[in-house]
Ligand binder design. Structure first.
Ligand SMILES: Cc1ncc(COP(=O)(O)O)c(C=O)c1O
Length: 448
């Protein structure tokens, strides 16, 4: 198993050839899921005592398993939040796999961590975070929000022995991603929902003023959103930052989707106030052209996160020599250097190319909104924001939307799924792929 024998040499050629073929598909087939029973019939049992052999296992993947996975990078995949890795970031993911770096500690992964930290620094700079800001790449926004809020609660508990046995409380908003609520559940903390679709400083101040004294003492964080997943709304971070500073509460910003638009000149001002965040996340696997899975988690004061997250153990003591250990900044220990594909792409292309690529997707979304407005059967439901368009097909029931969405995928034309806005079933485009063109949008709109 651990030797580069001739059959493994041959297999590596086949694997690399397939990887290159997949990368060259322009566009890739979008594909679709298959029922468990169909997969069982077509694939059968793959784990056997003697093994299938490399070519056979690869053939199963190429012929049957891969086509049962949707291609997230297809230019007409506009559902949820797609991913659109740059060519070089995908290529470098192969290198990260081959290098098998454990990027938990400086001792094990200094070179990789140095590079990851430069990529994190760029994000901290476009957000205007202080020079000492720093953090780590984790698997996704869900892990990033949880680790940030764990650090926030730890910091609050450090402030008074009374907090030790108190259940914490977080203020969040209606537009916040489900992962914020999930983090609270994992932490056994409570959430108070504040404001409307956009959370403002006034909403947070009013919610705090209305809290009973016992609840006010449990409040440790405000989790706001810089680009809500459903509508692309950016909360009022200037106002929320003011309230958090005045009330001495941790200010967390979830920019998992929207934070990428910090890189674009046309949208940068919408994020004013973010520079005061205690913690901030953005997912390069969403709109910064990196492959899954990659979330940048950055703290204004990393020392606070380190105290909260560092794992202690006799065998780990060799790590604690004052040099940067990524394992100290989130709920994890072993980690792949998942920030490296993003770093490599940023290093190869430069930040200007990133700014332009984000602008391209923003332009495409603005144009899509104009095309929707001009369409006889369609109406925009909310103002076009960031790279999201939310719209209705006049006269359609929820069932009509589902039938249309299923048929679009079945034909291999795209993936656009219904969402809800104020209880109404509607459609939503989320455009993060610079390969998505006006023609792609037109092709979809022509079926509505
Ligand atoms: C605003 C926001 N936060 C958090 C998440 C969760 O991110 P992940 O799926 O990477 O865990 C998402 C996912 O779409 C998101 O849009």
């Amino acid at each position: 198993m651990h030797q580069m024998k001739p059959d493994i040499e041959a297999l590596s050629e086949s694997i690399l050839a397939y990887a290159m073929e997949r990368m060259r598909m322009d566009p890739p087939t979008i594909d679709h899921p298959l029922p468990q029973r169909t997969l069982a019939e077509r694939v059968g049992q793959t784990i056997t005592s003697n093994g299938l052999g490399g070519e056979q296992a690869l053939k199963l993947f190429i012929d049957t398993l891969a086509p049962a996975c949707i291609s997230e990078d297809h230019p007409r995949y506009l559902a949820f939040v797609p991913t659109a890795p740059s060519e070089v970031s995908t290529l470098f993911d192969l290198v990260v796999g081959a290098s098998n770096i454990c990027a938990s500690s400086w001792l094990e992964g200094a070179g990789a961590i140095y590079a990851e930290n430069q990529a994190l620094r760029w994000i901290a700079d476009i957000a205007g975070l202080p020079a000492e800001a720093g953090g780590v790449f984790v698997s996704g926004g869900t892990a990033g929000n949880l680790s940030a809020l764990v650090a926030a609660r730890f910091d609050w508990r450090q402030k008074s022995p009374d907090h030790d046995r108190q259940r914490g409380l977080i203020i969040s908003s209606r537009g916040a991603h489900a992962s914020v609520g999930q983090a609270a559940q994992v932490m056994d903390a409570d959430i108070v929902q504040s404001g409307g679709h956009q959370l403002t400083g006034a909403d947070v101040a009013a919610t705090i003023a209305a809290l009973p004294k016992a609840d006010r003492s449990r409040l440790f964080a405000v989790a706001c959103t810089a680009g809500t997943t459903n509508l692309g709304i950016i909360d009022d971070m200037e106002g929320i930052g003011d309230v958090c500073a005045a009330e001495d509460i941790w200010f967390h910003v979830d920019g998992a989707y929207g934070g990428a638009a910090l890189a674009a000149q046309s949208t940068r001002a919408l994020f004013d106030g973010i520079e005061r965040a205690d913690s901030f996340i953005v997912d390069p696997h969403k709109w910064l052209f990196a492959p899954l899975d990659c979330c940048a988690l950055i703290y204004a004061n990393p020392e606070k996160a380190r105290t909260a997250h560092r794992q202690h153990g006799d065998y780990l003591e060799v790590f604690y020599d004052g040099i940067w250990n990524p394992s100290d900044y989130a709920h994890h220990l072993s980690r792949r250097a998942r920030g490296l594909p993003f770093w490599f792409s940023l290093a190869v292309h430069g930040t200007e190319a990133y700014a332009q690529a984000v602008e391209m997707t923003l332009d495409c979304a603005r144009e899509a909104a104009t095309m929707i407005e001009a369409h006889p059967n369609l109406e925009m439901v909310t103002e076009q924001r960031l790279s999201i368009c939310v719209f209705r097909r006049v006269g359609w029931s929820p069932e009509d939307y589902k039938v249309w969405s299923d048929a679009l995928l079945e034909r291999g034309d795209g993936l656009v799924t219904p969402t809800k806005h104020d209880g109404e079933t509607v459609l939503r485009f989320c455009i993060v792929n610079p390969r998505t063109s006006r023609k792609d949008i037109q092709l979809i709109l022509d079926t509505l």
